[in-house]
Design a protein around this ligand. Structure first.
Ligand SMILES: Cc1ncc(COP(=O)(O)O)c(C=O)c1O
Length: 430
């Protein structure tokens, strides 16, 4: 029924395991939506068995249907989605969460304790940055930020207390690319002399790339996290997150989710499972085709200072992107995110131009939507310098690694020529 080698990965995104023990719905073509916070138990003994199995889920045979007890512990829609997400990322297991942030705090929650240290790339999604900077110090967990675009920098900051190396590649928002293979090699050197409890684990936020463009577990990283709110969900209707990794961590992740409570609603798991994941490959391919055209257009425009797009040969990290961003068939798959900046005499002027362009787009563009988030059927555009970080003076933004003129685009499914039309019009008006 489920011959992994015989069928392509795009096909597996649609059919999943073909047969699942998570729920007996054999006569439905689409898994029915499950909406039950609690489950009837035939006897107290079955309840007791269910609780004891939950503590050791990773040891329970997958050939028997699970004993469901309560939604926060597990229920069918989430668990079918988890099987399919694990397969998409080449992981052994997946545990879903209520949002990307909830998944990130879940994996870091099981890997760290008071006194431990995390090494993170200097450029991170804002809320991940805030989690590490504002909250973890309260639990005596320190984060050392370093430029991992040069992986050798890792050697300078790892200490006996390091437990996690964390990064996004491509990074949000500037699309810096981290060489996964080299980071894995360096961490393995440190781990050689460490026992299991002191091993350094690598966690990669693969949200920007999606499993269609990059599968870090195949390069040897321990965990992948995603915001399912983005391209995996794909339609901008539901929030979600996932941690994917080795089966032996499933128990801890499930217990963490049970106690911290960041559980994915079954009503959100369902559209991600039924619409999002099955259409991921076809959406990504179209978005990549569009993004290439848009990046090339921007790169030759006289008002544009630079364009960061993993598929542009002029991009600083093009070679690393080409090595690790590959679709299921090994073709270069540089994703749908673009970061570019407008020319300005000063940093402040660059920011002002960005602000003007955003306001023009908000009023006049049909195919560009001024909005945060990414991985949507519509092209979304935003300008961190005059939006999320508007209170910080331009010179200060540079110190924090934010280009005041930097504009982030998430390319959608429109006709690519229409996106270019709207961009050209906006650039003509600033
Ligand atoms: C790279 C990255 N990781 C994680 C998140 C957090 O995801 P969520 O909004 O689903 O919590 C985001 C959100 O924008 C993101 O861009």
């Amino acid at each position: 029924m489920n011959n992994n080698k015989k069928y392509s990965r795009e096909t597996h995104l649609i059919y999943g395991k073909a047969f699942t023990t998570k729920w007996d719905y054999n006569h439905h073509v689409v898994p029915p939506i499950s909406s039950s916070t609690t489950f009837r138990l035939d006897s107290v003994e079955r309840g007791a068995l269910g609780f004891s199995e939950f503590e050791h889920i990773s040891e329970i045979s997958d050939s028997e249907p699970p004993i469901y007890i309560y939604d926060r512990l597990g229920e069918p829609n989430k668990e079918i989605l988890e099987e399919n997400l694990a397969a998409a990322e080449s992981g052994e297991t997946a545990v879903t969460f209520s949002s990307g942030m909830s998944a990130i705090s879940g994996v870091l929650g099981i890997l760290t304790k008071s006194g431990d240290e995390i090494v993170a790339h200097k450029t991170l999604y804002g809320c991940t940055f805030s989690l590490l900077n504002n909250w973890y110090p309260r639990y005596n967990i320190k984060t050392i930020k370093v430029d991992l675009t040069n992986p050798e920098n890792l050697r300078k900051v790892v200490t006996d207390k390091t437990r996690v190396v964390y990064f996004e590649t491509p990074a949000n928002p500037n699309l810096e690319i981290i060489d996964i293979e080299t980071i894995v090699k360096i961490v393995a050197e440190f781990n050689k002399s460490r026992d299991e409890s002191n091993q350094i684990k690598i966690v990669v936020d693969n949200t920007f790339a999606t499993p269609f463009c990059q599968r870090p577990i195949e390069w040897g990283v321990d965990f992948v996290v995603h915001s399912l709110t983005k391209n995996i969900g794909g339609f901008g209707t539901d929030m979600g997150g996932v941690v994917i990794g080795k089966l032996k961590y499933r128990d801890m992740l499930m217990l963490y989710r049970k106690d911290f409570g960041g559980v994915l609603s079954s009503k959100s798991a369902w559209p991600i499972m039924v619409y999002g994941l099955p259409s991921l490959a076809v959406r990504m391919q179209r978005e990549i085709d569009n993004a290439k055209k848009v990046a090339e257009f921007l790169a030759q425009h006289p008002k544009v200072q630079f364009v960061n797009y993993p598929g542009l040969p002029s991009f600083r990290f093009y070679e690393t992107a080409k090595k690790q961003m590959r679709d299921f068939h090994g073709n270069f798959a540089p994703g749908n995110m673009i970061y570019f900046a407008l020319k300005g005499e000063t940093a402040e002027e660059g920011r002002e131009k960005g602000r003007e362009m955003m306001n023009y787009i908000a009023k006049n563009a049909y195919t560009l939507t001024l909005a945060v988030s990414l991985g949507h059927v519509r092209t979304l555009i935003e300008h961190p310098g005059s939006m999320t970080h508007s209170m910080i003076p331009a010179e200060e933004q540079i110190k924090e690694g934010i280009d005041p003129a930097g504009i982030r685009m998430s390319i959608g499914l429109e006709n690519g020529d229409d996106i270019i039309k709207d961009l050209e019009d906006a650039l003509n008006h600033i």
